[in-house]
Design a protein around this ligand. Structure first.
Ligand SMILES: [Zn+2]
Length: 308
């Protein structure tokens, strides 16, 4: 049995886990990332968490998932808006101060997809797209065992595909991204705009989950907001299918728990597909709480090959 340590370094929390090649998380440990305290504090948290999960098992390496755009070949974080102290840093080099095994890095969305591909709902597929619909929208593309990152590691930004060129403002500063329509944050903003346009005070309790309940109950605000959401979701899935024709699309994140997404949302996909015979195979994510750790460990446990 081979082992690797996977680390999910998020903007607020950091989780390290010792993972076996059959996908078991043998031990895991969570600590605050301390990103506001700067890079040295983050490294101290990282080294401590890795130390906590180390045991007698031989560790092949440490995989590290980072929040932002990452040049995986050089190990440099290109842009990390939620953990700014990482931007411009060569994380692989910095890890050498406290980790003796080889270190590989990638962005968290790619690693969510890789974790599902190796250990979750994409295990039986050769080609897979993983999408998370949560606070934001992220995703990754895995093809024949390779993470598809693009020529300069800045591709596969599936949450920032343009839905409408002059559309809603996205957190990335551009207009009309998928994330500005299909994230939990977007749903809450759309609800506030809806309340304003109808002249009523928005209920501060209303979040994405509650909006889906209101949709199921047939309440006007729920219908007015979630119904277009489901059509937009269907078109988004159809666009991915039209371009990539993956064997499976795995959907995770908080919104993936909503039955309406899997019923009405999925029902609307075929009409939006170019090829009427296109395979439409969507599955809920399976890696759950340890998704980030499993994906990061998979970077080490299943090395990718590159053309030489
Ligand atoms: Zn965007």
């Amino acid at each position: 049995m081979a082992y690797a340590i996977g680390v999910d370094l998020g903007a607020t929390k950091l989780e390290a886990g010792l993972v076996s090649s059959d996908g078991r998380v043998v031990r895991s440990h969570r600590v605050p990332t301390n990103a506001q305290q700067g890079i040295d504090a983050v490294l101290a948290a990282l080294f401590a968490a890795v130390g906590e999960v180390r045991g007698d098992e031989p560790v092949a390496g440490v995989g590290l998932g980072l929040p932002g755009a990452v040049n995986h070949r050089e190990g440099v974080v290109v842009h990390a808006p939620n953990a700014r102290c990482l931007t411009g840093r060569n994380v692989v080099e910095l890890c050498g101060r406290g980790i003796k095994e080889p270190v590989r890095v990638d962005n968290d969305a790619n690693l969510f997809a890789l974790g599902e591909y190796r250990f979750g709902a994409g295990q039986d597929a050769r080609s897979m797209i993983g999408i998370t619909l949560g606070t934001g929208v992220g995703g990754g593309i895995i093809w024949e065992g390779q993470v598809l990152r693009g020529a300069d590691s800045v591709g596969a930004e599936l949450g920032h595909m343009t839905f409408q060129y002059d559309g809603r403002m996205c957190g990335c500063g551009r207009l009309g991204c998928v994330e500005a329509y299909l994230s939990g944050t977007a749903l809450e903003e759309i609800y506030l705009e809806y309340a304003r346009s109808r002249g009523f005070d928005p209920d501060p309790q209303v979040n994405a989950r509650r909006l889906f309940q209101m949709y199921e109950n047939g309440e006007p605000a729920g219908r007015a907001i979630v119904d277009p959401f489901l059509s937009q979701f269907a078109h988004y899935m159809a666009t991915l299918i039209n371009v990539f024709n993956p064997e499976v699309i795995v959907v995770g994140g908080g919104i993936a728990a909503q039955p309406a997404l899997w019923e009405e949302g999925v029902r609307r996909i075929p009409d939006a597909c170019f090829a009427k015979t296109a395979r439409i195979n969507l599955k809920p994510a399976q890696t759950g709480d340890h998704a980030g750790v499993l994906g990061a460990a998979a970077l080490i446990l299943f090395p990718e090959t590159e053309k030489t």
